[in-house]
Design a binder for this molecule. Sequence first.
Ligand code: PMP
Length: 359
Amino acid sequence: MSYFLLDDYANMEPYLPGEQPAGKWIKLNANESMLPPSPAVKKIFDEAEYDGMGFYSDPHCHKLRIAIGDVYGFDEKNIFVGNGADEVLAFCMMSFFRKGMKIAFPDITYDFYRTYATTYGLDFKQFPVNDDFTINVDDYVNYDGDVVLANPNNPTGLAISVDDIERIVKKNPERMVIIDEAYIDYGGESCVPLVRKYNNLLVVQTFSKSRALAGARIGFAIANEDIISDMNKIKFAFNPFNMSTLAIDAGSAAARDVDYWKKCINEVRRTRDDFKKDLRKLGFKVIDTETNFVFITHPNYRAEYIFAELRKRHILVRHYNQERIVNYLRITVGSFDVMLKVLYALKDIVGDPDESTYK
Ligand code: PMP
């Protein structure tokens, strides 16, 4: 730590992203998409104007905001875009949260909320999820601060209903409720329509999963127009050109290719459902995920052992050194052929489900 770092960051805890190994790996540790992005995106990249790159991108990102607005039935005034959902969440926190402000989220969820809250000194509360990893909605309904929830949750994959979200939002119009719908396209019900009814709800989504553009870094928020205008003002006071021209153009093309997007979602869901069935045959307990990943544990083998064995076979999945889920693995659902390879590897590792030795 340098002499110059502000004391404010004494408790800084940067988020630890999943490993990005070099070389030939089956990479199933970051819930990325194995399908290519829309062919319309390829056209954008192929025809991108080399000369045009000398000019700044549109700081208002009109084209992308209009495209997203068209898909979800909102005006561009209701859409904020950023460099991935993470930046959108960060702009939201930056705009509406000050040191010491109260925010709640589950003990088992996307770790970015905790690392951000720790780094920026928010007064955060982590409500424990139930033993079956479901969220106790009343914890949040009755809480006297703001709320951020991933729905469906990461890493469990479990979703809560729009009715339950509405109960949290409705209870106190003076608290902000941020619903992170990074995985909503694969299942669960989006609460985007509630934005028309409530001025204290902000819904965040991403192009990193179902639109296969994690590398392009495109995320967005849908909320009441005053909230979006506030976030844009903060953006203009921090990084006005936060999206590159390539991201704006590629994102607009991907958003408008609704047929391809739906086709990809269906393909991942089909592969996921087959994979879940096969995992159960191998003796795994599989949480009923609504996402592009599965969250699993095995009665006879420690998750850490399975993780290491998969790693030896150049298959990378996610293992958490967190007490309540230390015996679970999160595996992204890739293409059908890749999941077949993973299944063979798992079969090799856990063998006969009746085997009783614990490894
Ligand atoms: N929210 C959740 C729940 C996530 O799991 C992730 C990515 N792993 C993000 C947000 C960040 O998405 P992006 O790539 O758009 O920054």
